[in-house]
Design a protein around this ligand. Structure first.
Ligand code: MF3
Ligand code: CO
Length: 291
């Protein structure tokens, strides 16, 4: 993982600088944290500046698609139309929708409505109506680099209690983001998300979490929101991962549609909301790459 490399050799990150003026200090710090018993990222989890630039290009497409949808999702539209827009826009910009054929997933985007927690199938039979809340989870591959983010859409007038769920879920992501800093821990973020949801009377899905992302759709680390401050993986500059809690109005229990093996619902039938951002750990703190 953090193997031996001469101090005057070129750094492993590809910066073209000598190791001693580039990543040597960071490697030492990571090694000492590992010796203290902390879980630490492997080098492959630390993106180089060049990789980060490529990942940004992928994010740019993902953001453009979601921005467009903000102006176009409306009552009466069916979710198959959203799938078509995502496919057409993404491919027009030279990207590929990352969900398409991912582990057999048959569509370009996930559209999860009301009591659907995630991985909702777009369908011409799902027609958006006033009062619905919809998550659109969009992911792009561009030149082999991945981006992933999702937003909530409220259709027409939405009940105060659903609006509150959507708002608090967004705040959960912001609270989590506020805890992302180098040499902190993934659990600092996880607990902040968790606590804000539960303090507001909601629950957070345990089985499905966030993930590292950039060189693949889903990389290490797996990101939980049932983690504690000071626990889980050490955060190191160059790491990129998603914050994407699924927050339920009722209980945290979920089930997967047995017929298609993908669509996830709340056990109690109550609504669920999710926002997803992609975060880079920087020297100074964090940067949101995709939202
Ligand atoms: N975009 C989802 C995530 O946030 C993953 C969906 S997997 C898919 O991690 F196959 F359904 F696309
Ligand atoms: Co994700």
């Amino acid at each position: 993982m953090f193997g031996k490399i001469g101090r005057n050799d070129l750094c492993w990150c590809g910066s073209g600088r000598k190791y001693k003026v580039c990543h040597e200090q960071l490697d030492r710090k990571v090694r000492s944290m590992r010796m203290l018993g902390h879980e630490v990222p492997g080098r492959e989890m630390l993106k180089t500046p060049e990789q980060i630039e490529r990942i940004r290009e992928s994010c740019r497409i993902n953001i453009t698609v979601l921005d467009y949808l903000e102006g176009h999702i409306r009552e009466g539209m069916n979710t198959a139309e959203i799938d078509r827009i995502v496919y057409d826009m993404t491919t027009d910009m030279g990207g590929i929708p990352a969900p398409l054929n991912f582990e057999g997933y048959p569509y370009s985007v996930c559209t999860s409505l009301n009591n659907q927690v995630c991985h909702g199938f777009p369908s011409d039979k799902v027609v958006l109506k006033e009062g619905d809340i919809l998550n659109v989870d969009c992911s792009t591959v561009f030149n082999g680099y991945f981006s992933d983010s999702s937003r909530m859409f409220c259709i027409g007038e939405v009940s105060a209690e659903k609006k509150r769920l959507v708002q608090i879920t967004k705040e959960c992501v912001e609270r989590g983001l506020g805890e992302v800093r180098p040499w902190g821990f993934l659990g600092d973020m996880g607990q902040a998300v968790h606590d804000h949801a539960y303090e507001n009377g909601y629950t957070v899905v345990e089985e499905i979490g966030g993930h590292g992302v950039g060189l693949a759709f889903h990389e290490e680390p797996w990101v939980s929101y049932h983690s504690r401050r000071g626990e889980e993986m050490l955060l190191v500059p160059g790491m990129i991962f998603t914050i994407e809690p699924m927050v339920n109005m009722g209980g945290a229990e979920i089930y997967v549609d047995e017929d298609n093996g993908w669509e996830v619902y709340t056990e109690d039938g109550l609504p669920s909301a999710q926002w997803e951002i992609m975060v880079l750990v920087t020297e100074e703190g964090s940067e949101v790459l995709c939202w």
